[in-house]
Design a protein around this ligand. Structure first.
Ligand SMILES: Cc1ncc(COP(=O)(O)O)c(C=O)c1O
Length: 496
C-alpha cells in the first residue's frame, strides 16, 4: 500500500504517544475495534491477545507462570521468577510480590524501571520513527554517536558503530582488530575474561565450559594470567601483537578489578608495540563505576603508587566524592588511560537493547570500511533515542557522582558484615566475597527475603543495582545481609 494512503491527523504527525487510540486513526491491517473495550480496572483489553502471564495473581501465579515459561522457552536459562512490573529500584512478580532489584538486569537498568523521562522519550520516538535500515541515517543515531565520542574521550578521528548488544559490539571490534593483518596475528585477553557468547566474542571469553563445545576457535587469542604485569610484558616481547582486550573490572569472574597500574602499563606497552588497546566497558561503562567509563577512574587509570611516574590522579578528575563536576560529559572523559577501542552495551540503553563499538581515533576508525560490517537493527532510531534519554538522565541527575559516593559508603558498610571476607568493585558494581563458598544459597535466601542479586562465582555475590538506588535501599540490604549469610552448613555443602 502506498504510504500516501494513510493520512495522519496532526497529533500523529507530531508523534504524540497513544495517538492511534485517542485520535481514532484506523491503521491499515489493524482491526477497527482495537482499544475499544475496557478491562475491569479500566485498562484496555486488546482483542486477540492471550491472557497475560500476569493475569493470575496470588501464590499459585508464580509457579504457574514459571511452568508456562519452561514449556515455551528454550532451556538455556533457569529463571527463578516471572516479573511483571517495576518502578525505580523495585520490581514486582506476577504474584504481586515486591523485590528490591540489586542486580539491575545485570548492570543494565541504570535508571531503574519505568523512569518517566525514559518512558516518554522511547514512546515519543516509537510514535515518530522506530526503524529505517542503515540505507538511511536518523537524527537520534547521529546525536548518539556524537555523544559517545564525547563521553569516551575519543579524539577527532574517532567514529562509532552501533550494534544491539555487548557481544555484537565485541564482534565488530574483533573484526576491526583482525583487519590490522600483516604480521599482527596475536590477540591477548585475560584469564577470567567474559566478552560474550557469539563465536567471535566467545573466542575472547576465557571460561572453559562456555568455550569447549565450540573449540577450536580460529581466532588468534591467547589468555594471560589476570593482573600479572610480568606475563603481559613477556607476551609483548614476543612480538606480532594486534591487540590487547581488557575489562577494567571482570564482572563475570566475581567483580575482579585490575590491579592499580596495570591499565597504564597496558597502554604503554600497546603504544610501544603498535598494538591496539581495546577496553570492554560493556558491564562497567555508562556510569556504573562512578565515571562514564571505568578507565576514567583515577584508581584504575593511574600509575602504581611509588612508581615515580607522573599522573597518579588525572587532572580534573579526582577520587571518589571530590568531583561533582565529573558528571558533565566532558569532565574526566580525557583523563587517565585512553584506549583505541571501547565497547559498550548494557547500561547504554537503560533497558533497551543497544551496543556500541567506539573506535577512539583515526587508526582504529579506519580499519572497517564500507561493506566490511553491518547490522539490520543496530543504531535504529528507537534504540538510539532510548540511549540518548539514558545519557541525558544520568547527566542531569548527577548519577555518576551518586554511584561513586553511595557505592563507596555502601562497600565500606558491607565489608563490616559478619561472614563477609572482602568487598570489591567500584561505584555501584559491587562484589561481596564471602567467607564460605555458599553464594548461590545466599542468592536464593535473598530472593525469598525480597532482594534480587546474583552469584557470578561460588563465593561472590554481585550487586549492580540501578544508579538511582537510594541510601535507604542500600541500608536495607546491608541490615539484612548478616542474617542471609547464616546458612546452615549442610546447605554450604550442597552448593560446592
Ligand atoms: C564485559 C562484558 N562483555 C560482553 C558481554 C556480552 O554482552 P551481551 O550479553 O549484551 O551480549 C557482557 C555480558 O555480560 C559483559 O559483561
Amino acid at each position: 500500500m502506498p504510504t500516501g494512503d494513510v493520512s495522519l491527523p496532526p497529533a500523529a504527525a507530531a508523534g504524540t504517544v497513544g495517538m492511534a487510540r485517542d485520535a481514532g486513526v484506523v491503521w491499515p491491517g489493524v482491526a477497527p475495534s482495537v482499544g475499544a473495550e475496557s478491562g475491569p480496572d479500566g485498562g484496555v483489553v486488546w482483542p486477540g491477545a492471550a491472557p497475560s502471564v500476569g493475569a493470575e495473581s496470588g501464590p499459585g501465579a508464580a509457579a504457574a507462570a514459571l511452568a508456562r515459561y519452561r514449556r515455551a522457552a528454550l532451556g538455556v536459562f533457569q529463571p527463578s521468577l516471572v516479573l511483571a512490573s517495576g518502578e525505580g529500584a523495585l520490581v514486582r512478580d506476577v504474584a504481586g510480590r515486591e523485590y528490591l532489584d540489586l542486580l539491575g538486569g545485570i548492570a543494565v537498568n541504570v535508571l531503574g524501571h519505568a523512569h518517566p523521562a525514559w518512558v516518554d522519550a522511547v514512546a515519543r520516538q516509537a510514535g515518530r520513527l522506530a526503524h529505517v535500515s542503515n540505507f538511511y541515517a536518523t537524527e537520534p543515531q547521529i546525536e548518539l554517536a556524537a555523544r559517545l565520542l564525547t563521553i569516551t574521550g575519543a579524539d577527532g578521528g574517532g567514529r562509532v558503530f552501533l550494534a544491539n548488544s555487548g557481544t555484537e559490539a565485541n564482534e565488530a571490534a574483533l573484526k576491526a582488530v583482525l583487519r590490522l593483518g600483516g604480521s599482527r596475528h596475536r590477540i591477548l585477553a585475560l584469564e577470567g575474561a567474559f566478552h560474550g557468547r557469539t563465536l567471535g566474542a566467545l573466542s575472547l571469553t576465557a571460561k572453559e565450559s562456555y568455550r569447549k563445545p565450540y573449540d577450536p576457535f580460529t581466532g588468534p587469542v591467547e589468555f594471560l594470567p589476570h593482573g600479572d604485569l610480568a606475563a603481559l610484558t613477556a607476551a609483548f616481547a614476543e612480538g606480532g601483537l594486534a591487540a590487547l582486550v581488557l575489562e577494567v573490572i571482570q564482572g563475570e569472574a566475581g567483580v575482579r578489578p585490575l590491579p592499580p597500574g596495570y591499565l597504564a602499563a597496558a597502554r604503554r606497552l600497546t603504544e610501544q608495540h603498535g598494538a591496539l588497546l581495546w577496553i570492554d566497558e560493556v558491564q562497567t561503562g555508562i556510569g556504573r563505576t562512578g565515571y562514564w567509563m571505568a578507565y576514567q577512574d583515577p584508581a584504575f587509570a593511574g600509575e602504581p603508587a611509588g612508581s615515580g611516574r607522573a599522573g597518579d590522579s588525572p587532572a580534573g578528575c579526582g577520587p571518589a566524592g571530590d568531583s561533582p563536576a565529573g558528571d558533565s560529559a566532558a569532565a574526566c572523559a580525557n583523563a587517565g588511560v585512553l584506549p583505541d577501542i571501547v565497547t559498550l552495551a548494557k547500561g547504554l540503553g537503560g533497558g533497551f537493547p543497544i551496543g556500541a563499538m567506539v573506535a577512539m581515533n583515526q587508526r582504529a576508525a579506519g580499519l572497517l570500511q564500507v561493506g566490511d560490517h553491518g547490522t539490520t537493527f543496530g543504531g535504529n532510531p528507537l534504540a538510539s533515542a532510548a540511549a540518548l534519554a539514558t545519557l541525558d538522565i544520568i547527566e542531569r541527575g548527577h548519577l555518576t557522582a551518586h554511584a561513586r559516593e553511595l557505592g563507596a559508603r555502601w562497600r565500606a558498610e558491607l565489608a563490616k558484615v559478619d561472614g563477609v571476607r572482602a568487598v570489591r568493585g567500584a561505584g555501584l558494581l559491587v562484589g561481596i566475597v564471602l567467607e564460605e563458598p555458599n553464594a548461590p544459597a545466599v542468592v536464593r535466601r535473598a530472593q525469598a527475603a525480597g532482594f534480587l542479586l546474583n552469584a557470578p562465582t561460588p563465593d561472590v555475590l554481585r550487586l549492580a543495582p540501578p544508579l538511582i538506588l537510594s541510601q535507604d535501599q542500600a541500608d536495607r540490604f546491608t541490615a539484612a545481609l548478616g542474617g542471609l549469610l547464616k546458612v546452615d552448613p549442610l546447605q554450604v555443602e550442597g552448593n560446592r
